[in-house]
Unconditional design. Sequence first.
Length: 538
Amino acid sequence: MSTKKYHAIKYIPLSDADGNTGESDSVVNQRKLIDEYLKKHPEIEVVSEKVDDGWSGILFDRPAFNEMIQEIEVGRANCIITKDLSRFGREFSGTGRYLRRIFPAYNVRFIAINDDVDTLINQGDDLIISIKTLINDEYCRDISKKTRSALHVKRSYGDYVGACPVYGYKKAGDNHNRLVIDEYPANVVKDIFRMKLEGMSALKISEALNARGILSPIEYKRDRGLPHPTGGFADRADAKWSATSVIRILKNEVYAGTLAQGKSATPNYKLREIIHKPEDEWQRTKNTHEAIVRPQDFELIQRIIRLDTCATPNGDKVHIFSGVLVCGCCGNRMTRKTVPYKSKSYYYYYCPTGKKNGCNASSMMKESALISCVLESVRSHISNVASLDALVAGLNAESVGRRLAVELEQRLCENEVRLDKIRSFKAGLYEKMMDGFLSNDEFKSLKNKYTGDAAVLIAANNKLRQEIDDALSCKHERMLWTEHFRRFENLTEIDRRSVAHLIRTIRIISKTEVNIEFNYRLEYEKAFVLLHKEIEAA
């Protein structure tokens, strides 16, 4: 038995595979094993214990591991005790470097109990240690390969494999690989898409949501104790809605019922670096869950977003028909062409597919003729909408208003619950300060914060109550879809704004035939059906 005194560090790692909920059985059992060993070795004195919870053994960049190496470097410890070699590290070359070079340089004794490794006693067993470390490395490689394969299969079948469901959805209680709608945030998502369709910018939408006291996605998940990403750009206190968070929602195809997964990966099982894959390598599966937004509306939003940023070359103006003009023959996007003649420039649209590739569309259509045609069609459609609105007004507004009021009342109840929580927290601050849990400055800071949060919710609730009254009296903005068109009743010329807000697509059939699909087509058709039913009933 050695008479030298050793100052040891107990190293207890816990990988994700073991579980990561508090002081798990794995940590407890490792500690018991090491303590039993120490009872038989009085020459070893424990100076600290390091626990790495949820870190893979294939990586050596672990928080507690780094702290342990720092203590060795400053001479505080000269011995490491762990359960087995795999707990110390599963990467072959890295483990070998520590055992053969770094630890001998610092005169560190290394003990792996279950593997019978003690560098003080069996320094010559390098071959056995190498074989065991190689097996541990190969085990990690095999597990990584099987895990990646299993995830790929699940994604291909449309199973959701993420840890944190996107805002507006939650995992189904009977199947955690399936998404179901989380009603309250789903209604917020619907509002975001609706406001964008009505022409609001992402910044204006975010300001409206903050003014109504609606929690941002990260704050909503925190408030309800739901899983949420950590360490990202939004992982900060009091995260609010921003233009960026709104755009992320508007561009996320999960809201149209499509799962797009496998967007990023690591190069291999030994590296933590995240590589973002190109979009054509994502695994997409349609109709895997209930859509919050109709697919056609989602596509329209993507077109509007593209339209908002598609500028003319060397200029800051957007082409009038950019993104909405398609060939009626092959469905390809029409291209704008400038034809100079003498001192003037003339503009035409043509299909770039060409007859050689199977498109039999007319060669070119003059922009001025198209503008004239579209203007006439838009004005005619707006007139039809106004006439239909007058005929249908009041036929079913009462039932629609009641359904909308129920949805708004749910949001009001959510806000009231949060307001009660804030008031409860605020009421207990003084008692916590008197008991010594809070300093005077902390008391004042928290009191001011809760007062401000409560004021925002009170203002939001007052606005919600007004919206409920408007819905019950058939005056709510969401019931007035025809206003989307009627605000253009005095339109005298086609511009970028009117095209983006009123038109879904323009199909060029020929030089003399144009098919225009307007926004709110389904609402328009439903209004006609309702009118015919009322006429038949009469």
